[in-house]
Design a protein around this ligand. Sequence first.
Ligand SMILES: [Fe+2]
Length: 302
Amino acid sequence: MLDVKRKIHPLLSEHRATIDRQRWTFVPAAETREILAGLAVSQAAMDEIGVLSDLLRSDPTLPFRAASNGRFCTDFGTRQAYRTEDQLFVLTAEEDFHRFDSGQLRVFDPLEARLCANAAFQGLLTINAFILATLKPRHRPLLDYTSDQWITTVFDLRTITTPELIGEPALEGVHSDGVDLSMTTFLSRNNMRRDSGITDVHEMAQVNGVRWDEIDPQYRVGTAQHWETLDILIVVDHEKKHSVSPLWAEDPTQRATRDVLTFFSRKPTVEGHVSYDHDSRLPHESLPCQVDVSIVRDPWCT
Ligand SMILES: [Fe+2]
């Protein structure tokens, strides 16, 4: 569990101010480590989170990926972030997600209990809550912006490249992820070529579905690369789109992997939203996880 003597590092406040201003930010791993240390997370826990993805097995639709997910509710009423029961996952073209499996209900393996128990993971949930606490995003349809709760889907994702198949961190090309905030944290890499997994951030005028190498540069507002464990990219998802270059192997005769944790956060859905039937806020019974986020001091609930 996290120590009670936690504090929000000024670096995190600076990044929140950057998000307020430009709607995205990149937090280098060295800064993430300082922020997590301020939240009383040990260096050992920060190192351990980088190597927890080896048990990932498969993905419901993508042959070059292994994945699991878990759902969390950040409740600023109770000032707790807790894991909810496992639910189906769906993203649609209407949410700016254009891929062959758009609109398909997907079932992922549940997020590993040992990942949720890791103090760095719980610290990342706290960082996510700190950004959400004051976020005023452009509204998506059929989400309840009067709620003091946020729904976060966490994906543990391994992209895999082999001599036969190139892994694509974002096969869908330019896209948004159907949420209000996306926070992507780098875990680890193996045999990853230096020009792999580079994320471009785009204005909303950039057409969806365009490949990473066919984007219109006039709409590109930034570029970032996840390379070190705990590099974080945060994007206000309905105000900026993104695209990611493929995973190329440094040694093309060998397998390459790229592991990330994504935190996709949005307000709860209302009736009529495609995810309305998959938005339970009941706690997970067999894999409970609860994090006190009162340190965030949300101005909306003081
Ligand atoms: Fe994405």
